[in-house]
Design a protein around this ligand. Structure first.
Ligand code: MN
Length: 715
């Protein structure tokens, strides 16, 4: 292996920083942090023989690649100072302040683990990661950058340490980077780890790639030229990149029994456009010119991955009959695909990038919630380590609810695991499951991409057998505890869950909400003495969660509404004529469009929602309905409509459908297909101006022999 020595200076790093940080104060803070680090690491050397400061400088440089904020960069520069140098927290705080010192402290704690057994070590490692993440996810991001640079210079360590670090990177840090969506770091960590864990395999693949490189580069660039012409012809502004596969991802496929020559996506390219609509348009244009390979189309725009990844993937027979994997996404989706959660601190509208990063971590990453749930579950340490390792970090099948929400599950999970993942209450009342529209037993082994509908019955309860059926440890513990707890506990927990859910809806933090002052008011109102009693009252259904929250966070006064109102199609949105104060919303269960027969429903505190008269959700809403009618002063307001198209052909007709829609001036918001027994089913959401436009679309679609039925979706 050739090892070039890094000759990096602070000026080099500063150049990268100045690309996106211009604030003078922030820059001088970073310089101060560097001076402290340089002073403290003076006369220290790395195993590779270089001055120590080279390491933190490289860590900071890696952080600039994901546009880390100035505090994170400072922490990156100082990350080894508390551990390895003669420097106290107080001293550091005087120079760089409390926040940066806390970040460094968090990183230091992660590094300071010494335990006798492997298992003890893992337990502590995971716990520290969880704590680090829930306090400030930037700790983990610095740790990832630290590890990446250490892996790049791993050659300097003795063999035994190389294996240990490589294993740790492969099993813990790369999956962590994956779940945070930081693709860049994840994929380099995997490649570096593979190089030490399986050197023969690594160099074998590298050599094969090298041998075919010229050929592949030529093929990709001619294909790119052709596609460029098509897109330019249609006046789409775009950016296009060739793409190289990571060695690890190829190894993974070879490991699953594929031959090198059978790996399709060796020829890969990516097209970046400005809008979501353009993504589908580009897809349509490409499928019109090149035959898509069946079952290789994936729509991660309509159904994002749990780590927020969005993109369209397709594999087509391109020039010379070669297979090309093409990814289509917007520039913004691309930033999220590369930097994941880390892309959230660069949204400049948010003054506090760090806070928005933390919020994105907590709210958008299913993985974060699962890991927090596990740490709250009070399971044995062994169970905990196994669950984090096998079910959170390394799991991975993705199943869908009928609405298209993605649920991440451990391999071999059952419909029961799925039900509990949706909500404990759903799990506890499960009586059956439809997997891809056919009834399956509760111990059925789910496959990647299955669509699962759980059938529940309110009065049903868990069976003891389930403990042996489910695959997820957290779910198993939930079922076990159902049988060991008494009813009161169950109600209390359910009450807490319901309140938490409602508070989340209103964007309130549960801990902050139930502070001393608020509790006093609530206890007085409900004549109880403790928070547990409040949970109980909500959990057993005596009080609604909203009535508790309303004591503190009052919704706006309900407006009095007359029994007959007219809906006006206004310029910006829909208003009610005469009484402008009432808010009117188009219901998103049945998505009425202009011209539909509609009825209004007076909601609690959120105005009137407009449903189609055929909407099945209305039967529950009976006495709060109000007659409404469309105002015919038409303009160009567009309404969202959801359509299901059933076909009897396995061939992918997305391009055709997109083409028909755009001919009629209908813009597609998203489209994805699912394989059913009889053929493909397409789920389309689009914007139309009226029912007339929609009817025309239906007529056009029904002319096609491959389409058996078209219907509008009511959820
Ligand atoms: Mn370090």
């Amino acid at each position: 292996m050739a090892h070039t020595k890094d000759t990096i200076t602070f000026e080099d790093v500063l150049k990268c920083i100045k690309v996106y940080i211009t604030d003078k104060d922030e820059l001088s803070n970073i310089e101060r942090a560097y001076s402290l680090a340089a002073k403290k690491h003076e006369r220290q050397y790395r195993k590779s023989g270089e001055p120590y400061i080279i390491h933190p400088l490289n860590v900071a440089k890696i952080l600039t690649e994901i546009h880390a904020d100035s505090e994170t960069l400072q922490a990156g520069l100082l990350h080894d100072v508390l551990e390895d140098c003669d420097c106290t927290e107080e001293e550091m705080e005087k120079v760089v302040g409390k926040t940066v010192t806390n970040l460094v402290d968090g990183v230091t704690k992660l590094a300071k683990l010494h335990f006798s057994t492997e298992n003890e070590y893992l337990i502590e490692y995971y716990k520290k990661i969880i704590i680090g993440m829930s306090e400030d996810v930037r700790v983990i991001i610095v740790k990832l950058a630290d590890r990446l640079h250490n892996m790049r210079t791993l050659w300097a360590l003795p063999k035994e340490k190389q294996i240990k670090k490589a294993n740790e990177s492969m099993e813990i840090l790369a999956p962590l980077a994956h779940h945070l969506g930081i693709h860049k770091i994840k994929s380099e960590l995997e490649d570096l780890a593979l190089r030490y864990l399986k050197p023969d395999v690594f160099y074998d693949i590298a050599e094969k790639l090298n041998k075919t490189k010229l050929e592949r580069d030529n093929a990709v660039s001619s294909m790119m030229d052709e596609v460029k012409n098509i897109l330019t012809e249609h006046n789409i502004s775009f950016e296009m990149k060739g793409r190289s596969k990571s060695i690890y991802s190829i190894y993974n496929k070879l490991d699953k029994g594929k031959k090198f020559s059978e790996i399709y996506d060796l020829l890969a390219m990516r097209i970046l456009v400005n809008t979501k609509q353009e993504c589908y348009l580009v897809l349509g244009l490409i499928h019109a010119k090149y035959r898509p390979m069946p079952r290789r189309f994936k729509d991660y725009i309509a159904m994002p991955k749990p780590n927020m990844y969005q993109s369209l993937h397709t594999t087509v027979f391109g020039i010379d009959g070669l297979l090309f994997e093409i990814q289509i996404r917007t520039h913004e989706m691309d930033a999220i695909a590369e930097n994941g959660v880390a892309s959230h601190w660069s949204y400049k509208e948010n003054k506090d990038g760090a806070a928005s990063l933390q919020t994105a971590t907590e709210q958008k990453l299913q993985f974060f919630k699962s890991i927090i749930d596990l740490s709250n579950d009070g399971m044995s340490s062994e169970d905990f380590v196994n669950s984090v390792k096998n079910e959170v970090l390394n799991n991975n099948i993705y199943c869908f609810t009928p609405k298209g929400d993605v649920i991440e599950l451990p391999t071999a999970a059952t419909p029961l695991d799925f039900a509990y993942k949706i909500h404990t209450r759903v799990g506890e009342t499960t009586v059956g499951a439809l997997v891809n529209n056919s009834i399956q037993p509760l111990d059925y082994e789910l496959q990647d991409n299955d669509i699962v509908k759980i059938i529940t019955n309110k009065s049903s309860s868990p069976s003891k057998e389930w403990i042996n059926i489910v695959k997820s440890t957290a779910v198993r513990n939930k079922i076990k505890s159902y049988f060991t707890r008494n009813e009161r506990d169950i109600y209390v927990e359910r009450g807490r869950e319901l309140l938490e859910k409602e508070l989340r809806k209103r964007k309130l933090a549960i801990n902050g909400f139930f502070n001393e002052e608020n509790c006093k008011k609530i206890f007085k109102e409900f004549k109880v003495g403790s928070l547990e009693e409040i949970y109980l009252e909500v959990g057993n259904g005596k009080d609604a969660p909203n009535s508790v929250i309303n004591v503190i966070d009052k919704p706006k006064e309900e407006e009095s509404v007359p029994k007959k109102v007219t809906i006006t199609k206004g310029d910006a949105s829909i208003i009610v004529s005469g009484i402008n104060k009432v808010k009117v919303n188009i219901a998103n269960c049945c998505n009425p469009v202009y011209g539909d027969e509609v009825i209004g429903y007076i909601t609690k505190g959120n105005g009137i929602s407009i449903h189609r008269t055929t909407c099945h959700n209305l039967s529950m809403l009976d006495n709060r309905t109000v007659e409404v009618k469309w105002n015919d002063n038409s303009n160009n307001t567009k309404y969202l409509s959801m359509i299901l198209i059933y076909s009897n052909s396995q061939e992918n007709h997305i391009a055709d459908i997109v083409g028909k829609a755009s001919k009629l001036g209908i813009s597609i918001d998203s489209i994805y297909n699912m394989y059913q027994d009889e053929g493909l089913e397409y789920n389309v959401s689009c914007y139309v101006t009226s029912i007339k436009q929609l009817d025309k679309m239906f007529l056009e679609l029904k002319k096609e022999s491959y389409i058996t039925e078209v219907e509008r979706l009511i959820r």
